[in-house]
Design a protein around this ligand. Structure first.
Ligand code: NAD
Length: 336
């Protein structure tokens, strides 16, 4: 029996931590898939676990109207320790996509520690952005390995899809000069992606993670009013640099990341792309450009890769390859 058939008979049970913009998009991405079933979700106030698969409409309605998926019946539980409680109860879940805010900058690392301390084994995937946050995860590599967890880090769009594309593009060159990532994000309403927008604000001059975290929603709105809803970001602290350095592509200071986020229009303000410049063995300098389709949303470009890497992580896990991997060293698999 080939592995495809096995998946169809017995879909992989997965969960999502965080049920905001990306968490809800993750549910929609998985809906038409037969290889994976979303059996668990958690937000700050509760969790829901249904081994046969969550009812998407009920989850979205409970989160929107009552503030938490913990209100979903059956399977919902209200809890102030939702992640810890979900880890303990969701026995069938083999992998989680961590669609959580990383506020404070140590939050994701603290969640990973909870998985290790709980003795949980399986695959974890994050879409972390900051280099300093990924360094904290990197430092836990040996602990993850000992715990029997295969951890895939930086598996969103950038870092993630674009970083992996840079690795592929780099193969034409004998020497890499620069990797330049430029993203355009268009969303109709900032409140659909609060953490993403707060974390982006943290990259602006005069702001940092702590000041952005402490901002009230009214303060975020006032800032966006001043900028006409636009966030223009350059020289961001983005872990694409660490991932490409670890993959041996180039030094981290050769990688730059910037972009424009329009929080009032779903149309992208510019086409997201990565440009990889280098020198070939014949001495020619050239640039490869990989551009994402303008019709693809941030959510599509984050959640698709996240589950592709989760599938790749499961294959590693089954082979006993535990520990930490980045999106720049493993090829994502396509979830059917
Ligand atoms: P969001 O604000 O829309 O949702 C966050 C969710 O996390 C909410 O459901 C909230 O209830 C939940 N949550 C918060 N604290 C929790 C806790 N202690 N326990 C359980 N749940 C908790 O967030 P978003 O805009 O979807 O972004 C999620 C993350 O994805 C952000 O860190 C963002 O930077 C990252 N992101 C990465 C990329 C990429 O390309 N790598 C792109 C976009 C966003």
């Amino acid at each position: 029996m080939n592995s495809q058939l096995t998946y169809q008979v017995n879909p992989i049970s997965v969960g999502v931590l965080g049920f905001g913009g990306l968490g809800q998009a993750a549910m929609r991405v998985l809906a038409p898939k037969s290889e994976m079933v979303l059996a668990a979700a958690a937000d700050k106030q509760g969790y829901v676990y249904v081994p046969g698969g969550l009812d998407a409409q009920a989850c979205v309605a409970a989160y929107r109207d009552r503030g938490s998926v913990g209100h979903v019946e059956p399977g919902g539980v209200l809890s102030q320790r939702s992640i810890q409680d979900l880890i303990a109860s969701a026995k069938s879940v083999q992998g989680y996509f961590l669609a959580l805010p990383n506020l404070p900058n140590t939050f994701m690392a603290s969640v990973v520690r909870q998985f290790i301390d709980a003795g949980w084994q399986g695959v974890l995937v994050d879409a972390l952005k900051r280099t300093s946050a990924m360094e904290q995860i990197w430092a836990m590599g040996d602990d993850l390995k000992t715990a029997g967890i295969t951890y895939m880090t930086g598996c969103g769009a950038t870092p993630g899809l674009l970083t992996a594309a840079a690795v592929v593009a780099a193969q034409s060159y004998t020497e890499i000069h620069s990797v330049k990532i430029t993203f355009g994000v268009g969303i109709a309403n900032w409140e659909a992606y609060r953490a993403t927008i707060r974390e982006d604000i943290a990259h602006m001059p005069d702001y940092d993670v702590e000041t952005a975290r402490a901002m009230t929603d009214a303060e975020v709105e006032a800032l966006l009013d001043r900028t006409n809803g636009i966030l223009a970001l350059e020289n961001m602290e983005h872990a694409d640099d660490l991932m490409l350095e670890l993959a041996g592509i180039c030094d981290r200071d050769q990688v730059t990341v910037g972009g424009i986020v329009d929080t009032r229009n779903p149309k992208k303000p510019l086409s997201t792309n990565v440009q990889v410049t280098g020198r070939t063995f014949e001495g020619k300098t050239s640039t490869h450009t990989f551009t994402l389709g303008d019709e693809t949303s941030m959510a599509a470009n984050v959640c698709g890769p996240a589950f592709g890497y989760l599938k790749a992580g499961l294959a590693l896990h089954r082979r006993g390859q535990h520990g930490l991997y980045t999106a720049a060293e493993v090829m994502p698999r396509f979830v059917q």
